[in-house]
Write a protein that binds this ligand. Sequence first.
Ligand code: NAD
Length: 285
Amino acid sequence: MATILDGKEVSKIYRERLKKEIDQLREKGYRKPSLAVILVGNDPASQVYVNNKRKACSKVGIESLFYHLPEDCKEEKLLSLVKELNENPEVDGILVQLPLPKHINPQRVIETIRPDKDVDGFHPENMGKLIANLDSGFIPCTPLGIKILLEHYGIDVQGKDTTIVGAGYIVGKPLSVLLLNQNATVTTCHIYTKDLKKHTLNADILISATGVAHLIKEDMVKEGAVVIDVGISKKDGKIVGDVDFEKVKEKASYITPVPGGVGPMTVTALLLNTFKAYKNHLGLD
Ligand code: NAD
């Protein structure tokens, strides 16, 4: 029976630590860190994510500024809001909640966010810094959250056969690079992978980020593997992950639940990235 990698609990520890650091800086007279959050349209899941992120900000003492634009908002309007926030010295981070309505090009929006305020880490400059293994950039929040979670439980990835299922721009791809930077032996699978099971069975660490409910069955997991589930989907009205949790937990050594695993760690990483941007802007350490 696997040990649960408790993202909620680990997040609590990191957020309390962050709150203390922010409180100490406030006592010295520094302003609050601030994050601008932009939501376009009324997607219910996005609204929940944005609310969670804003609540988490407020609990640690990060100010969040909220901009809610209508579904039919012109791309130009969104870009000019981003440009305005880029120039606002009181704003440390800018987050545009994805996905955007179809008529807006997300890549153009991402590239408009100034890299020093790109706390989601999606700007090509920050992706490039990740590949170059430079500390000065921002690592996308979900990969960073997973790295912190593994470190917290003392799970060393060096030399481990690590299979990542899903090669999306915001999770699978940057996570592959991040773990490679830590000397894991990384295999990245996707929809065109010929024999998925062969690769998942080989994994000491198996991470799935596809959004396909219960894609990973127990017969695809090696005995004693560490299993990280990034996926979020709905099955029979319930939120589930990519992993068939109930069965796989009997085989894994460690496993993340959904919800309560990677989700809270992603938000924690966003708070840490915003604090990093803030310290950079104020010239602190
Ligand atoms: P994406 O659509 O960009 O990427 C999905 C990837 O999965 C693609 O590379 C695709 O080829 C692969 N894939 C799809 N079906 C597959 C299959 N049957 N076999 C193998 N590979 C397959 O998605 P994304 O933005 O990377 O998100 C992936 C999932 O992670 C979604 O469920 C999303 O909601 C979730 N997510 C969770 C968090 C979190 O904080 N927990 C954060 C971001 C994304």
